[in-house]
Design a binder for this molecule. Structure first.
Ligand code: GDP
Length: 417
């Protein structure tokens, strides 16, 4: 059996659904809480049962204001797998934090309070996850003890959620009933809900094989050109698609210069092949003019190139989006100037209704047309997060004001040289 790879997941829930408790309990059951922290936990929980939420409520501000102010990433490991969990605040105005967490996640754990069922927040969380390219959800129906562990309650919530997820394009949903503080179906299977005979949350996460956004064709955005002396010129970056081997014919985009790969150089010696996710340095069989931001792609199926796009924008700036203002757009390793030429509509994140809009405010999602000052190689975000995902940066303040999910080119560049 091969070891499953690192799983990045995001935990979503509304305030008080029990997210901190569930994550704390998960870390505890995974054996990921060091002894000194366990001692402190016992102390802080006083004489009562262990309060697992104390393991994850790390940020003081949250305790004081009842909200979490940023995304917390936690790494943990079991004998079977390593995990990075993005713990995002449940509060409504922090959609931007959720988007940050979701953008890097393969899977989302969506939490529902069994007493409350599917809420508008549940819909919003699922929509943001879907928008940011999360393709698999584990639905944890929590607080089952407070509904007497009743199967009918669970079944009803699961049916409602499956319908919701399907309407947002998420087909892969696994569901389970949990009681977070007691650890029922968290690290081990519950004996109190015998009608559920599926895996625990930890088992589910250990076995998850999210239909990943693996992209078949070779793509390498050039991070930097390594030229220590006249005899060596290498192009360093991380493959965001496909595989490459010495001898392969590639093109340098957005231009269309061709070359063959000579060597794949790494700190541990040359490779005979590199695959998506690997950071390498390529050398080519001829001297070409290549700069940071160019994309090396397989010659047979290069990336499309354009300077006009339709994209979803999630507005993260405190100041509203100003159409026709010029922003810096960063896509892959490339940075260009761009303006939003029109807001086609905005999307109500709670209902997904499309509304007319002249501006986009903080935490709003809009479907927009963008105009770039030069053509760039790209892919659809749904196909490739690296070459389809971008951010907009305010040129004065240098603040990130939006993340963008590229949908398609409004015009294809034909002769780019
Ligand atoms: P968060 O705001 O989503 O992080 O929620 P917390 O983890 O802080 O939990 C909110 C409250 O619900 C706390 O008082 C928890 O002890 C309680 N809680 C969490 N999970 C359960 C559960 O499964 N059953 C019961 N009875 N209470 C729970």
């Amino acid at each position: 059996e091969t070891q499953p790879g690192l799983l990045r997941f995001i935990a979503c829930g509304s305030v008080d659904d029990g997210k901190s408790t569930l994550l704390g309990r998960l870390l505890y059951d995974a054996g990921a809480v060091p002894d000194d922290q366990l001692d402190a936990l016992a102390r802080d929980s006083r004489a009562g049962p262990l309060d697992f939420s104390l393991l994850t409520d790390g940020l003081d501000a949250e305790r004081q204001q009842g909200i979490t102010i940023d995304v917390a990433y936690r790494y943990f490991q079991t004998a079977r797998r390593a995990f990075i969990v993005a713990d995002c605040p449940g509060h409504e105005q922090y959609t931007r934090n959720m988007a940050t967490g979701a953008s890097g996640a393969d899977l989302a754990v969506v939490l529902i309070d069994a007493r409350k069922g599917v809420l508008p927040q549940t819909r919003r969380h699922t929509y943001i996850c879907a928008l940011l390219g999360v393709r698999e959800v584990v639905l944890a129906v929590n607080k089952m003890d407070l509904v007497g562990g009743r199967r009918e309650v669970y079944d009803e919530i699961v049916a409602a959620y499956r319908e919701l997820a399907a309407s947002l394009g998420i087909a892969a949903v696994r569901c389970l009933p949990v009681i977070a503080p007691e650890g029922d179906n968290v690290g081990s299977r519950s004996t109190r809900m015998p009608w559920y005979d599926g895996p625990s949350l930890l088992e589910l996460l250990e076995a998850a094989q999210p239909a990943s956004a693996r992209f078949a064709d070779f793509r390498l955005p050039v991070q930097w050109v390594n030229r220590p002396d006249e005899s060596f010129r290498g192009y360093a970056g991380t493959l965001c698609g496909g595989a490459v081997a010495p001898g392969d014919e590639i093109v340098v985009q957005p231009g269309m210069q061709r070359a063959r790969v000579a060597r794949i150089v790494t700190a541990d010696g040359d490779l005979s092949c590199a695959v998506e996710g690997q950071a390498v340095t390529l050398t080519l069989d001829r001297e070409l003019d290549i700069i940071r931001g160019d994309v090396l792609a397989c010659a047979a199926r290069p990336a499309p190139v354009s300077d006009q796009f339709a994209a979803h924008l999630l507005w993260l700036g405190d100041e509203a989006l100003l159409p026709n203002r010029t922003y810096e757009l960063k896509l892959g390793t490339r940075s260009v100037h761009a303006r939003v030429s029109s807001i086609k509509h905005k999307v109500d994140v709670n209902s997904q209704a499309e509304l007319a809009a002249r501006r986009l405010e903080l935490n709003e999602v809009g479907y927009c047309n963008l105009d770039l000052d030069q053509p760039v190689p790209f892919e659809r975000y749904a196909d490739n997060r690296t070459l389809g995902g971008f951010i907009l940066v305010d040129r004065q303040s240098q603040a990130t004001v939006a993340c963008g999910m590229l949908d398609f080119a409004l015009r294809r560049a034909t002769n780019v040289h």
